[in-house]
Design a binder for this molecule. Structure first.
Ligand code: SAM
Length: 265
């Protein structure tokens, strides 16, 4: 499996999703809330589906090629300045040097660069050069370039999920799986990153839309009992849930619930 650093990546649910796809013979996947699109990228890369469409709402993959070159240059400068990859904070001189370089880079790349330079607990929400105080994680770009190459072979669009589902509706059949991983309907997420808050009513509208489309889907959300309740309210009867605990910061964790819903008549 390949992945790229992305806060909210579903990389640790790939095995389960792969099993669902294989056991039920799905051949087309539509990832309506792309993010890093790790599930569809790997299903496509392993040849498990014939078609995989990513809705790259954030246009993350447009930033990627330039980001990788910026990362390579920055890492090179850090190594030349004697930085050593470590889980400890950089010393004051190194921090000042790093932060002065970050300040000259377009802010739109900071979130991606954060993976190598920012403590994980500080990577959500808005970033400041001051947060860049580490030199850690994978400092090469080979794996990321491989990921990007796979994405470049896939179908990719960028639009609101509603327009996305409407655009592809005519292709949906009993070999179709929709992947719905919206920003979670909880207030903590809102506090973390207001841009992406997807509240309860947006979540309900989304479920109404896929219900009417009579297409099978995988739906991720936070709290298992809320997911089960909301699916029942909509009259879905044929579904399975699987829940894990996800570490958020060194002191907090949360539920992450996957629901596989059969909705095809
Ligand atoms: C939880 S992330 C998806 C993560 C993804 N499953 C992965 O493995 O990387 C949710 C994504 O939905 C996007 N998003 C937010 N509002 C959206 C909307 N109205 N339509 C489509 N995508 C949206 C966010 O920008 C974010 O990239």
């Amino acid at each position: 499996m390949i992945s790229i650093p992305f806060s909210g990546s579903k990389r640790n649910r790939y095995k389960e999703v792969k099993q669902i796809i294989q056991d039920n013979g799905y051949k087309k996947v539509y990832e309506a809330f792309g993010g890093s699109a790790v599930l569809s990228v790997n299903l496509f890369r392993e040849g498990l589906v014939e078609r995989a469409v990513i809705n790259d709402y954030d246009r993350l993959f447009d930033l990627y090629p330039a980001y990788l070159d910026i990362k390579d240059t920055l890492i090179q400068k850090c190594l030349e300045a004697g930085f050593i990859k470590s889980n400890k904070r950089l010393n004051a001189t190194q921090r000042a040097y790093l932060q002065s370089m970050i300040a000259t880079i377009d802010e739109k790349y900071w979130r991606l660069l954060a993976n190598n330079f920012v403590f994980s607990g500080k990577q959500t929400g808005s970033l400041k050069p001051l947060y860049f105080t580490y030199f850690h994680n994978d400092i090469t770009t080979d794996k990321q370039r491989e990921y990007l190459q796979t994405v470049q072979q896939m179908e990719r669009v960028s639009m609101d999920y509603k327009a996305f589902l409407k655009q592809y509706f005519k292709d949906f059949d009993d070999t179709t799986m929709i992947i719905l991983d919206p920003p979670y309907m909880n207030s903590t997420q809102k506090a973390y990153d207001n841009r992406y808050f997807f509240g309860l009513s947006a979540t309900l509208q989304m479920l109404q839309m896929v219900k009417e489309m009579q297409v099978d889907f995988i739906f991720f959300n936070m709290i298992e009992r809320d997911v089960i309740e909301v699916l029942k309210v909509f009259g879905f009867q044929d579904f399975e849930v699987s829940t894990r605990r996800i570490t958020q910061t060194s002191t907090s964790s949360r539920e992450d619930c996957l629901a596989y819903v059969r909705n095809h008549f």
